[in-house]
Design a protein around this ligand. Structure first.
Ligand SMILES: [Zn+2]
Length: 436
């Protein structure tokens, strides 16, 4: 073989050097694996579900988990991973997370939202860092560690990755929970996403509020702008807006007085007004219109009585005697299939609660007072079946940045979360008491 000339040798050395740099960058650690997952753009309106599923599958294979890809709506895959327990006849445990995320406006971010940039102080910036790609990877990392310690579990553990949570989950978890595959899991208890805590205690959620869209419409005789008469469409609508406004105030006063959390009252916020007769330069000013409409976003805690709210709307907010009609768009269940409020008990009567609480303590953590989530998660579909489900994302001393610009999670908080799940997974899946 001919001796290498100097330039060729130089190129070889340069290639070797760049290869070693690359391998440093691609070092395989819990943090780099988290970054890899964060770099996959799964933001709406066109979330990519193929790439994250193949990434998660390769992770699952590397730790020896069983896997299934299910599809209940076209191009809306659900990834289900399974770690069989030694007694598969016992009810199993499910750890759920969603694949999608809300969009991000890159111009408002210091670091690009899908770069998963880790700054010198350990902050990992990415859309989805808190909501909820952290838990999706932490479940896997915790199982990886438990398996490395040769831990064997009594109950079977499943992890599910579902699509479309951020747009209501109607073609995601809502269909998954109705499937035979879901029923066959024979679930005893489910953990789903929660939210960051700004203090030292972990937050835990036992219910979501149910969203209702309320549209009220009024009709009335049209008339000249100069005329005073009763029962005009605008006048009737404005009366309703006032009545609903007073109800809103009464609920908000309870919150302001510190008697309830925001998520424990019924919120009714105006979101649109539609009225007036368009003209070439705005609206016709000397005419009172014959139709008017307003929209409200209502959120009902599980303790609210939906029949009472419907009655109130019919009698006070949009009464037929004032020529008003209304439409309620229910965006999810408010009662479970047995007719009970959609909430998971957080007292000794729920053995899963006790085991979960003890696991957090064993991990050296503490749970804050259980809360109702102000918005919604897929857990509502699981609670609807009467299966206990808690919302939990182990992030303490972290600003709440879900859906916000510059969403980040600190590396130390992420790693601590893995440790917490090791306790949680092994405790729940070792529980040998009566659960149903
Ligand atoms: Zn989420």
């Amino acid at each position: 073989m001919a001796a290498l000339t100097l330039p060729v040798l130089f190129i070889c050395l340069a290639t070797l050097f760049s290869l070693s740099l690359q391998s440093q960058e691609q070092e395989d650690t819990p943090i780099t694996r988290f970054q890899q997952y964060l770099k996959i753009n799964t933001a709406h309106p066109n979330p990519n579900y193929t790439t994250p599923i193949s990434f998660l599958l390769s992770q699952a294979n590397s730790i020896g988990l069983q896997s299934q890809i299910l599809e209940f709506a076209p191009s809306k895959p659900v990834l289900l991973l399974t770690w069989p327990g030694s007694n598969p006849s016992l009810p199993s445990i499910l750890f759920n997370s969603h694949l999608d995320s809300v969009p991000a406006e890159p111009s408002k971010w210091v670091n690009p939202p899908f770069s998963a940039t880790r700054t010198s102080d350990g902050k990992i910036f990415a859309r989805g860092a808190q909501d909820d790609k952290c838990i999706g990877m932490q479940y896997l990392e915790a199982i990886r560690n438990l398996k490395a310690k040769n831990v064997n579990l009594l109950r079977t553990v499943h992890i599910s990755y579902v699509p479309d949570e951020e747009i209501g989950g109607f073609e995601g978890c809502a269909l998954f929970v109705k499937s035979k595959e879901f029923k066959d899991l024979n679930l005893g208890f489910v953990l789903d996403e929660g939210q960051a805590s700004t203090g030292d205690e972990f937050r835990v959620f036992y219910a979501d509020r149910t969203p209702w869209g309320l549209i009220i419409k009024s009709t009335g005789a049209p008339g000249h702008g100069s005329k005073m008469y009763d029962n005009g469409a605008m006048e009737n609508l404005m009366k309703s807006v006032e009545v609903i406004g007073r109800f809103r105030e009464s609920q908000f006063d309870i919150v302001k007085a510190g008697e309830a959390a925001n998520s424990e009252v019924i919120s009714a916020n105006p979101v649109y007004l539609k009225a007036g007769i368009p003209s070439s330069d705005g609206f016709v000013m000397n005419m009172q219109p014959s139709e008017a409409e307003a929209g409200f976003d209502l959120r009902l805690p599980p303790t609210a009585d939906p029949d009472l709210i419907r009655k109130r709307i019919a009698e006070e907010w949009a009464p037929a005697r004032r020529n008003m009609t209304f439409q309620i768009i229910e965006k999810g269940p408010i009662r479970d299939l047995m007719g009970h409020p959609l909430m998971t008990l957080t007292n000794a009567s729920n053995p899963w609660w006790t085991v979960f609480n003890q696991a957090i303590e064993a991990a050296g953590g503490k749970l804050a007072k259980p809360e109702i989530l102000a918005s919604t998660t897929d857990a509502r579909y699981i609670r609807q079946l009467g299966i206990p489900a808690l919302g939990f994302s182990p992030m303490t001393n972290t600003p709440i940045l879900l859906h916000d610009h510059n969403e980040f999670l600190k590396d130390t908080v992420y790693l601590r979360g893995i440790e917490v799940y090791e306790y949680v997974i092994s405790s729940l899946a070792s529980f040998d008491g009566e659960s149903h």
